[in-house]
Ligand binder design. Structure first.
Ligand SMILES: CC(C)(COP(=O)(O)OP(=O)(O)OC[C@H]1O[C@@H](n2cnc3c(N)ncnc32)[C@H](O)[C@@H]1OP(=O)(O)O)[C@@H](O)C(=O)NCCC(=O)NCCS
Length: 179
């Protein structure tokens, strides 16, 4: 059974394959060819960045913001990379409006096999075991049927519907999951 683990150098070949088939750790932005080339050139630097993210984060509009403490975990089946989960330990005003505590993505070739559902369940176990949170917030665009299913299967309770502040004209939902 695949499991959520910290990124390691040994996983980079499979991670690169996932990027080349269109996977992105960032749901608001694709990974560019330049970024993929940089990871190939400097895999050890990249793994350090994943496990020790910089204090600042580039927001979807290109401006810089303060990053809240966060943990990124990779969903691995042996040495095969399947997807990733980002767990924010707390919300700031930006994440409260959109983004929430947990974001995830599954590589295109591994979608629709139940991985996101299982990965979110494991991420919730990780939060229960490691963070003092009583509930977590997740956000999803209204047209993302797969992710809505994943959240609701994991106990998501609809909080409200809002405009996605980063994508003009797109509506989304904010959900709470009680831990
Ligand atoms: C959304 C995403 C994470 C789903 O991953 P996945 O591993 O395919 O999800 P699962 O296999 O666990 O599917 C969960 C349910 O959603 C359904 N589903 C998955 N993708 C779907 C799609 N594109 N359209 C409709 N239903 C879909 C599955 O059939 C399944 O339904 P079931 O539980 O009733 O059988 C994946 O498509 C992805 O990474 N997309 C890009 C990034 C993204 O949108 N992340 C989430 C942001 S909120």
């Amino acid at each position: 059974m695949p499991s959520l683990v910290r990124a390691e150098l040994a996983y980079i070949p499979s991670f690169l394959e996932a990027l080349r088939e269109g996977f992105s750790r960032d749901n608001l932005r694709p990974t560019t060819a330049d970024e993929i080339a940089q990871i190939e050139r400097e895999p050890a630097w990249f793994v350090r960045q994943v496990n020790h993210p910089p204090r600042q984060v580039v927001l979807p509009d290109g401006t810089l913001g303060e990053r809240v403490p966060a943990t990124e975990l990779w969903y691995m089946d042996g040495a095969t990379f399947l997807g990733s989960v980002g767990i924010r330990h707390e919300l700031n005003a930006i994440l409260e409006s959109w983004g929430g505590h947990i974001g995830y993505a599954v590589r295109p070739s591994a979608q629709r096999q139940g991985h996101a559902s299982a990965m979110l369940a494991q991420a919730l176990d990780h939060v229960r075991a490691n963070l003092p949170l009583k509930r977590v917030m997740l956000t999803v665009n209204l047209d993302n049927e797969g992710s809505i299913r994943v959240i609701e299967k994991n106990g998501g309770v609809l909080r409200d519907e809002v405009d996605n502040p980063w994508v003009a004209g797109v509506r989304g939902r904010r959900y709470w999951i009680d831990l």
